[in-house]
Design a protein around this ligand. Structure first.
Ligand code: HEC
Ligand code: HEC
Length: 200
């Protein structure tokens, strides 16, 4: 990537973080109500090692994920930004308050901390501006990648590239990397301490 594009990216990231600061406090969600609402979700997300059937990949870990990202992801499945029939059905009828409470429940499950000592592979140099050095993201609207399943990260990358997911920040970045580099990054983030399988 050239320097102009990098500068533009950092600007977008900075603008997004200041916008986020002005948004509702994510802690406004009630994690106890979120726990009750999330009970059916844990039938899939709460089972260690649970995989989808086709294509096969691990159901994502949500324990410790950023509350605002969980809300964004669920809105993506409910609307047009994420094509996934199963999660569409799960997300379609959730109210704004439900989303906040669910985000608060998963967000409190684990402390996900940045480790600035860690260096990502060179291909990850542009990911750092949003996802942090070791996959602990810099604002609560970006997903933590640290500790997520590698095959799930690879699957999401495939979805951004083929249009099943759209996001203004992500679509541009992944195009610049080879399959090998993307695979290397997924393995790197998955190997970092971070997200956990959520528990009841
Ligand atoms: C039948 C199994 C199943 C159930 C039940 C289920 N999910 Fe999911 N969920 C999945 C799968 C599979 C994915 C990955 C979809 C994809 O490829 O984008 C996913 C993705 C997600 C993501 C995106 C995570 C990320 O890192 O991008 C969130 C958030 C989520 N689910 C929350 C929920 C919530 C909240 C509920 C309950 C209201 C729920 N899920 C119920 C299987 C399930
Ligand atoms: C400008 C900020 C930004 C940059 C730079 C960026 N990302 Fe992202 N990334 C995001 C956002 C925002 C999302 C969530 C998008 C959505 O709602 O689907 C995301 C989502 C992801 C996901 C899906 C995670 C999940 O749980 O579903 C992966 C994997 C990912 N990014 C990897 C990367 C990699 C690898 C790079 C570097 C090549 C990168 N990102 C660069 C902002 C960024």
């Amino acid at each position: 990537m050239n320097k102009k594009l990098l500068a533009a990216t950092l600007l977008v990231a900075a603008a997004m973080s200041s916008q986020l600061a002005a948004q509702d406090d994510p802690n406004a969600g009630d994690p106890e109500r979120g726990r009750i609402l999330s009970d059916p979700c844990l039938g899939c997300h709460g089972i260690e090692g649970n995989m989808t059937t086709y294509p096969p990949y691990h159901v994502p870990r949500l324990g410790g994920q950023n509350p605002n990202y969980i809300i964004k992801a669920l809105k993506g499945y409910a609307g047009d930004d994420r094509v996934h029939d199963g999660m569409h059905a799960q997300a379609a009828d959730l109210s704004e308050q439900d989303l906040k409470d669910i985000g608060a429940f998963f967000g409190q499950e684990a402390a996900v901390e940045a480790d600035t000592e860690v260096q990502p592979p060179e291909s990850g140099i542009y990911c750092v501006s949003c996802h942090g050095v070791n996959g602990v993201s810099i604002t609560t609207e970006f997903p933590h990648l640290a500790g997520q399943h590698a095959d799930y990260l690879n699957e999401t990358i495939r979805q951004y590239l083929n249009g099943d997911r759209s996001d203004i920040s992500m679509n541009a970045f992944l195009n610049m990397l080879s399959d090998e580099q993307l695979n290397e990054l997924s393995e790197f983030y998955a190997s970092q301490p971070g997200l956990v399988t959520a528990k009841r």
